[in-house]
Ligand binder design. Sequence first.
Ligand SMILES: NC(=O)c1ccc[n+]([C@@H]2O[C@H](COP(=O)([O-])OP(=O)(O)OC[C@H]3O[C@@H](n4cnc5c(N)ncnc54)[C@H](O)[C@@H]3O)[C@@H](O)[C@H]2O)c1
Length: 382
Amino acid sequence: MKISVIGAGTMGTGIAQIASTKGHEVCLYDSFEGSIENAKTSLEKILNRLVEKERISSEEKENIINRINFSEKLEDIKDSGLVIEAIIENLKIKQKIFSKIENLVSEDCIISSNTSSLSIASIAGACKNAKRVVGIHFFNPAPLMPLVEIIPAVQTSDKTLNAAKSIIDEWGKVTVIVKDTPGFIVNRVARPFYGEALRIYEEGITDFATIDWALKEIGGFRMGPFELMDYIGNDINYTVTESVFTSFYFDPRYKPSFTQKRMMEAGFLGRKSGRGYYDYNSEFPKANEDRDLGKQILWRVLSMLINEATDALFLNIASKEDIDLAMTKGVNYPKGLLSWADELGLSNVLNQLEELYSEYGEDRYRPSPLLRRMVKENKTFY
Ligand SMILES: NC(=O)c1ccc[n+]([C@@H]2O[C@H](COP(=O)([O-])OP(=O)(O)OC[C@H]3O[C@@H](n4cnc5c(N)ncnc54)[C@H](O)[C@@H]3O)[C@@H](O)[C@H]2O)c1
């Protein structure tokens, strides 16, 4: 099956690499001068590194490159079985290209978007036959991150959903099915990892290094929230938070932080700018390794994460298995949040949230109705 990828940036190039590695004929299209050349150069660099590490042979490398038609003509996508759009995150521009794509491919071609924050329904709305439109959301870097969220819009047919899922499963990815709601699973459920950590810092409870230490050392997370925000980039992470907050009609649970906004405004973007919460040109500050303080920090962040995962289940955003898989395979959490909740005891999680809620009187700490119900009925998730 021929796969076409629209937009040869970070995500598009990664997705084209996966499809070609799996043996598909690929068309990688971009309309901007220089983008296609850059994509080819960056892909060659990545593949050369894989050859050096003996992950692939040089013959395989040549085949991967040769199977891709690096194109600046949209007509080259004809005869595709699946089109994956990964252009700029702008609804009007995406809608425009979707209506063009629809006129070039056959009726049974699936057309998908890799959008992180726009609704699939709004993109599909630009097509005459919206039944064949679906969200296929990869994580960065696409060839390395195992998770892919598959998002049916209200218009999507079951046939499209099942076919899209089975293609991505065949690529060896872990797929989860998620409702067309802001942030899908990962970008919604992960918000408190950043937001609550920032809040703890803003209250003056402790510093970045200690919060990171607590989450890593006691919680088992691979990276602390501040390290991770610096890695992702404060501009990108802030923008995702703001977009989720706006899309949820300003639910205070997703409220962005001034601390992060100022970081972004100051150009302290993280690793890529040499400075974020940490200065990457000097020694890292030491954490205050007080285990009692560390446990308090972990409990506060973790109970908020579990509450978010529980609420996603309450609102039928995805199955409990998919919510847990998404967080372990999409953002490397040490455990699925719902099975972690069972381990910790749901009543302990609820108590922590109720303490926060009564101390602050803020809606952001409101426990999910499902958590209350489960504690009342003495139930566990698994
Ligand atoms: N970067 C991430 O971490 C990430 C993760 C998951 C999903 N996404 C989503 O993937 C999409 C692409 O993100 P990215 O980070 O690869 O962006 P990017 O800026 O690296 O690449 C976008 C590419 O699209 C091209 N483009 C823009 N408008 C176009 C048009 N009208 N026609 C053809 N090509 C066009 C640009 O020239 C550029 O090469 C966005 O929808 C984003 O939300 C990004």
